[in-house]
Design a protein around this ligand. Structure first.
Ligand SMILES: Nc1nc2c(ncn2[C@@H]2O[C@H](COP(=O)(O)OP(=O)(O)OP(=O)(O)O)[C@@H](O)[C@H]2O)c(=O)[nH]1
Ligand SMILES: [Mg+2]
Length: 418
């Protein structure tokens, strides 16, 4: 596929922002295996109502499409179904807007049943008005012709499609509920994880979340230099294990103008992760547009109700570029690092553990000689700082999560709190 990327620059968009967005669209295209052979832009006060670009510009673009033998035009905004149709007719090639490109990537990368169902729901929501437009464009002739099909009398094309889509979405929703992410299982899982220390890696797509997940947990999650490599949330404990034991989750990445349907449909996947007590917001410090990416991520987090969760800002890929000193000065408390550097990974790990250690308490537990077979319980739920023994048994000074220590205290009566 050969593509031309096209965008209207509105007065509200700075040159820097505008260029960064088009570069990103190129990357999105690359992720889909589309070769970008040209770039075409226009400055306008607003999008042209009928066809996004002005009349003269559409002529120019048509010539460029022909000259470059392009077979698709990628628009860096979400445009209406009728704008898409008009453009396709005039340009004589396929037209995909930014939303459709992103949906297509999600569609191709979705592996699990849950992710597939979520993406399809979003795609159907996007397609519905476009099918309606197609039916409208096809006109009454087509309507009469397809009227000979098995459709019950009186129903227009549009109505039928709408109903079909509604039914399919309901079906997918049911399927989604039945998967691992189904509400019941989810609730059970949540209960299981309640009281456990949990951190989630969040951030713009391609920032390095999965790479850090791998480094922190030893889990073989997919790392790839493409956008939206990760669609499913994975949860693993820090490895080697820490006290307290910390569960880390890797999540789907965000992007500017993330289609609304996608945000909504991925909310259930994200919800689980966002119940974390700590969000490690990973930022690609080597990207010149990192500040905008940081903002976008914060906007999406606010949109899905995670505004108040404590953050650990992680500036990654510093080996590729970026000004570490400036970042540290501007974002106090942040971590500036490279996933390629083991000492940096250790630093990140320590910062995560330190966050949860604040909630730990210390206590002394008495374990009589007769109960030595239960040592394992203590060692697995707390960190044993010190141990001494007398004629009756062992005294263990432990540090652990308040819940765990209280439970031990109940079980092993004679304890002194510190
Ligand atoms: N040079 C350099 N490359 C990195 C670093 N961290 C990650 N990468 C690379 O960046 C690319 C994206 O990494 P991922 O871990 O897949 O990014 P992600 O945030 O999970 O991306 P999505 O799942 O698509 O949202 C991969 O090619 C990684 O090898 C780093 O610190 N330095
Ligand atoms: Mg990833």
């Amino acid at each position: 596929m050969r593509a031309i990327v096209v965008a209207v620059q509105l007065p509200s968009a700075s040159d820097l922002e505008f260029d960064a967005s088009l570069t990103e669209l190129r990357q999105l295209a690359k992720t889909l295996g589309i070769e970008v052979v040209g770039r075409f832009t226009q400055k306008r006060a607003s999008f042209q109502a009928a066809a996004y670009l002005g009349t003269g510009k559409r002529e120019e673009l048509r010539a460029l499409v022909e000259a470059e033998r392009a077979n698709v035009v990628l628009i860096d905004h979400e445009i209406s179904p009728s704008q898409t149709f008009t453009l396709e007719k005039e340009l004589g090639c396929q037209v995909m807007d930014r939303t459709m490109v992103i949906l297509e990537i999600f569609h191709r990368h979705a592996r699990s049943r849950a992710a597939r169902a979520q993406v399809e729901i979003a795609r159907l929501g996007y397609m519905a008005p476009r099918l309606r437009e197609a039916a409208k464009q096809a006109g009454p002739k087509d309507r009469a012709r397809s009227g000979t099909g098995g459709r019950s009398g009186g129903e227009s094309h549009g109505e039928l499609d709408r109903r079909k889509i509604r039914d399919r979405i309901a079906e997918l929703q049911k399927e989604l509920d039945a998967t691992d992410l189904g509400r019941k299982t989810q609730r059970a899982k949540r209960q299981e994880r309640q009281g456990l220390a949990r951190a989630a890696l969040v951030g713009y797509t391609n920032a390095g979340k999965s790479t850090l997940m791998r480094a922190l947990t030893g889990n073989q999650v997919l790392v790839a230099d493409k956008l939206f490599a990760t669609l499913d949330t994975t949860v693993r404990a820090l490895h080697p294990e820490s006290v307290p034991r910390v569960l880390v989750s890797d999540t789907v990445g965000f992007i500017k103008n993330l289609p609304h349907g996608l945000v909504a449909s991925f909310k259930s996947t994200l919800d689980e992760a966002l119940e974390a007590a700590l969000l490690c917001h990973v930022v690609d410090a080597s990207d010149p547009g990192f500040e905008r990416q940081l903002e976008v991520t914060e906007e999406v987090l606010a949109e899905i109700g995670a505004k108040a969760v404590p953050r650990l800002l992680v500036f990654n890929k510093i080996d590729r570029g970026g000004d570490a000193t400036a970042l540290r000065a501007k974002y106090p408390g942040s971590i500036v690092m490279s996933a390629r550097n083991e000492a940096d990974i250790a630093k990140l790990r320590e910062a995560i553990i330190a966050f949860f250690e604040r909630d730990l308490i210390e206590a002394e537990i008495f374990l009589p000689w007769s109960a030595q077979n239960r040592r394992g319980e203590i060692f697995s739920s707390c960190k044993v700082l010190e141990e001494r023994a007398d004629g009756e048994g062992a005294f263990l000074r432990v540090r652990g999560e308040a819940e765990a220590v209280k439970r031990l205290r109940k079980q092993f009566g004679r304890v002194k709190e510190k």
